[in-house]
Design a protein around this ligand. Structure first.
Ligand SMILES: [Zn+2]
Ligand SMILES: [Zn+2]
Length: 331
């Protein structure tokens, strides 16, 4: 018989699940050496034979320039201990785009990045005009466009040049987040099951189910701006957090005839509660998947699910949707 004060040394399955999740990192910070280089590589890979070949190749050149500029980025102010403590106390992202004072250095870095892109583009590339135009934009216009981009406002945003300005903002925030993370292990305070980046407060581009180590089989949301990844429960809508009517739709892989058993590496996670969707990518099915690049390369999946009435919740700053008549940009 159990005495009332007897505590069996056994965990319920719920407790075991909870305990194992404690060992899973809540936050995977971007790596300076890999973030933009891996994206560029993946874009080149996906561009081969792709209907959006020219655009993907152009963006590969942009990401290569981001990678090159990151290592020599101008010194910028990092958060003070006071700012770190205040963000933690208020439970907000330390480097939230709407609150963090963007250092003017980002504009110089953006122009240097674009100058490098110009140097790599062929002389007859139609993308050159757009790149030169952004380099020549006055500071005030750049700041206005950046404010709209970061706030997700497409009204008054030039969608053709926005991805180029976004590339400069991604560069600045990736620099800021990686340098800030070096200040100590507890500068960022991820909250569980949030659909906003714990570092910069931006929306995710997609989610990624990872392989390897303690992250095996865990789902992370991937920041559209700074590249941070944060843990979120699987089979749960990332927009309204309901788990009631989440379903998955994928495109048949091109090699389906050769490998009929192969499940798609990229699926749309749709929710019938709020009618939103976010792409989810499975590293177990395609280990080299890269959220930003693979999202750009699977626009057919967006067309498929939007025809069924679902609204995209992910943001890809390298290709912005607003006015349906707008072209995907310079190619
Ligand atoms: Zn972020
Ligand atoms: Zn939902």
């Amino acid at each position: 018989m159990n005495s009332p004060d007897y505590q069996p040394f056994q965990h319920t399955p719920e407790e075991i699940a909870l305990r194992s999740s404690i060992d899973v990192p809540l936050l995977l910070l971007p790596k300076r050496a890999g973030l933009f280089a891996e994206r560029a590589l993946r874009l080149r890979q996906k561009a081969a034979g792709h209907p959006m070949h020219d655009y993907l190749m152009f963006m590969a050149v942009v990401c290569e320039a981001q990678h090159a500029r990151l290592s020599g980025f101008a010194p910028v102010p990092l958060p003070t201990q006071e700012q770190i403590d205040a963000a933690a106390a208020e439970g907000r992202a330390l480097l939230a785009t709407e609150a963090w004072p963007r250092d003017p250095a980002w504009r110089g870095e953006l122009r240097a990045l674009l100058a490098q892109v110009l140097g790599k583009l062929p002389a007859d590339s139609p993308a050159r005009t757009g790149v030169s135009a952004v380099i020549g934009l006055p500071d005030q216009t750049l700041e206005q466009q950046a404010d709209r981009l970061l706030a997700g406002i497409t009204l008054g945003l030039d969608l053709a040049t926005a991805p180029l300005i976004a590339a400069g903002l991604q560069l600045y925030w990736a620099h800021l987040v990686t340098r800030t993370s070096a200040l100590g292990p507890t500068v960022f305070h991820p909250v569980e099951n949030s659909n906003r980046c714990p570092c910069c407060g931006s929306a995710p581009v997609a989610s990624l189910t990872r392989v390897g180590g303690r992250q095996e089989g865990q789902r992370y949301l991937c920041c559209s701006l700074c590249g941070t990844q944060w843990l979120m429960e699987r089979v749960q809508c990332t927009q309204c957090f309901s788990d009631k009517s989440v379903r998955y739709r994928g495109l048949q892989p091109a090699q389906a005839a050769a490998e009929p058993e192969k499940a798609p590496a990229i699926e749309a996670e749709t929710c019938d509660e709020c009618h939103h969707y976010l792409k989810t990518m499975h590293m177990a099915r395609e280990v080299h998947v890269e959220p930003v690049a693979d999202d750009l390369a699977t626009l057919t999946l967006d067309l498929l699910v939007s025809e069924e009435g679902y609204v995209r919740s992910g943001t890809n700053m390298l290709l912005l949707f607003g006015d349906p008549e707008a072209e995907p940009g310079a190619s």
